[in-house]
Design a protein around this ligand. Structure first.
Ligand code: SF4
Length: 207
């Protein structure tokens, strides 16, 4: 690539950029979570997908495996996405607000979320998703700085930096509220995911 300042190197392929990012995350000690984690949990899924799913942070199983959303909550999210035709590994790139597990699964602090934010910003810039699904209140707070009840936020589309954002209930909340009755959190989430699927289909047809 040539600019007025001379020749700059061609950008690296996406996968190589993301591998480099993952390696830098593995060495990161920018916040105190870096000293208690077993593994840094960066992402899973397809970095070329139009959908990015952002959760709060790794839990015990994620810390063990190094992959996000693989515990009971992740399995439920996968099932719900699958029910609207979205395969979380093929059709989505999955990551979290913080890359290291907060002890006792506590909510990450504002400082921890801020320390980890540059990694997330870089992931978003590289993957360049058209739609971002924010799973739970901490994901909404971590990305948008909004502290609000999920009952009000969920299901509401927002535009953010040229992308569509949809907040949904965190799947761990749905595990505690398993009713599928009309109007229940699970039913509402299913409506939200169908809406996400429709938005993705619209984006695909507008390409
Ligand atoms: S949570 Fe993020 S900022 Fe903190 S040590 Fe882990 S990778 Fe670094």
């Amino acid at each position: 690539m040539t600019s007025l300042l001379g020749t700059s190197p061609d950008p690296l392929p996406l996968e190589q950029e993301l591998d480099g990012l993952a390696q830098r995350c593995e060495a990161c000690r920018h916040c105190s979570l870096g000293s208690s984690r077993r593994q840094v949990v960066v992402s899973r899924g397809n970095p070329r997908a139009r959908l990015m799913v952002i959760g709060e942070g790794p839990g015990a199983q994620e810390d063990e495996t190094g992959l996000p959303f693989v515990g009971r909550s992740g399995q439920l999210l996968d099932q719900m996405l699958e029910s609207v035709g979205i395969d979380s590994n093929r059709d989505a790139y999955v990551c979290n607000i913080v890359k290291c597990r907060p002890p006792e699964n506590r909510k990450p602090t504002v400082l921890e979320m801020a320390a980890c934010r540059p990694w997330l910003d870089r992931q978003i810039a590289l993957v360049n998703p058209g739609v971002i699904l924010l799973a739970g209140a901490t994901a909404v707070e971590g990305l948008l700085g909004i502290k609000g009840g999920m009952t009000k936020e969920r299901g509401q589309w927002r535009q953010w930096e040229g992308r569509w954002l949809m907040p949904i209930f965190h799947p761990s909340y749905l595990l505690r509220n398993p009713s599928k009755e009309r109007g229940s959190p699970k039913w509402l989430t299913w409506q939200d995911l169908q809406d996400v699927q429709r938005r993705l289909a619209q984006l695909d047809t507008s390409l």
